[in-house]
Design a binder for this molecule. Structure first.
Ligand code: ZN
Length: 189
């Protein structure tokens, strides 16, 4: 398999929140997300730490386990959470999270998983590209984007508006409040 990998931080003076890693039969890509710089985000490690730790855990999982990608993702999120749940407040809506794309080849079968707003595109020979998206993030975000755009970016009102979709996600997962602990990705074969 021929690979070209590239990631770039959104801002030159901030850590790169992206992660991409690959083996001959698997690719894992994450885009870290979380509330903007705020001493009260609940996690002292930061978004880059979260996405890099989860990404490397998922790459190891997808290489070593024959479990479904959904199960590997759930185990990876749980393992990463356990590395800091004793010192960080993972129930905080600004606690780090990440989009996830996983692709695995087993013999002649491809498995893939797309969670949140990262996109997987298959360039199919002699056909239109096949684009795999998880549209739930957009559908949820649309409900909250207008109030966020109506206030000054970085202001207390903006941070308050920004925390609403995070809080909604934490509630809708139905777990103990962490938006990181209950993935519900698309998984197709
Ligand atoms: Zn932490």
């Amino acid at each position: 398999m021929r690979l070209s990998l590239a990631t770039e931080p959104a801002y030159a003076d901030r850590p790169n929140k992206g992660f991409v890693g690959a083996t001959p039969d698997a690719i894992v890509l994450l885009d870290g997300a979380g509330a903007p710089a705020d001493p009260e985000t609940g996690c002292s490690h930061g978004v880059a730490w979260y996405s890099h730790t989860l990404g490397s855990t998922l790459l190891a999982g997808v290489t070593q386990s024959a479990d479904s990608l959904t199960a590997i993702l759930a185990a990876g999120i749980e393992a990463t959470a356990s590395m800091h749940d004793f010192c960080c407040d993972l129930s905080h809506p600004g606690s780090p999270s990440a989009t996830v794309v996983m692709l695995r080849r087993t013999a002649n079968v491809l498995d893939w998983l797309v969670l949140a707003d990262s996109v997987l595109v298959f360039d199919v020979l002699d056909a239109e590209p096949v684009v795999i998206c998880d549209e739930r993030e957009t559908l949820t975000g649309n409900r909250y984007r207008e109030p966020m755009n109506a206030v000054i970016r970085g202001s207390p009102e903006h941070l308050q508006a920004l925390s609403r979709p995070c809080a909604h996600t934490a509630t809708s997962t139905g777990d103990s409040g962490s938006p990181q602990s209950t993935p519900s990705p698309q998984n197709r074969r």
